[in-house]
Design a protein. Structure first.
Length: 182
């Protein structure tokens, strides 16, 4: 079987079955985003530029996703949840109100859970959000049989909450089971 045909089929099936894909743009770390697979692309909706208060959708800030730009998409396995395929994508942003935008936004609307304004959802998206299509743009970078040796986990971002400090001296000492049995 031609590897390109296998890659395309695996990309489509994994994107259809998973409610979440990991998207890495030219900037920043990868981010998990909800999406739908529609007409050969991963389609997603989100807000940029600090418009989260008005948009109420997933943030796209820090990813650097621009119309005509590129991204890397990671799909996970439905049964195990592990990385299944990683592929390069071409980003396109259909013009709000256009035929492609209406079709894409309509598909996204059908999968959007718990929207606060289901009746005016498309109008809000046209006004305050970005609808993006991530179309496969080349052979898969990682696939079954061609995975890297490392785990691929990114180191955690620095935060003062992760700093480990000594336990306060006023806390009672916990003894293990063996100490109590002896």
């Amino acid at each position: 079987m031609d590897p390109r045909v296998f890659d395309r089929a695996l990309i489509e099936e994994s994107a259809k079955k998973s409610a979440l894909v990991w998207v890495r743009g030219p900037q920043g770390p990868a981010r998990g985003l909800w999406h739908v697979w529609h007409e050969g692309a991963v389609c997603l909706v989100g807000v940029s530029g600090g418009a989260a208060a008005e948009g109420g959708e997933q943030p796209l800030d820090g990813l650097g996703l621009t119309d005509g730009g590129s991204a890397t998409v990671t799909c996970r396995s439905k049964d195990k949840g592990g990385r299944l395929i990683v592929w390069p994508a071409r980003v396109s942003e259909p013009e709000p109100g256009g035929e492609l935008w209406e079709a894409t936004a309509g598909e996204l609307k059908g999968k959007r859970l718990n929207a606060p304004d289901q009746d005016g959802l498309l109008e809000r998206w046209a006004r305050a959000c970005r609808v993006l299509r991530l179309e496969p743009a080349g052979p898969a970078e990682q696939r079954p049989g061609a995975m890297p040796d490392g785990g691929g986990a990114a180191p955690p971002l620095p935060t003062p909450a992760a700093t480990r400090v000594a336990a306060p001296s006023g806390l009672p000492v916990r003894r293990g089971r063996r100490a109590r049995e002896a």
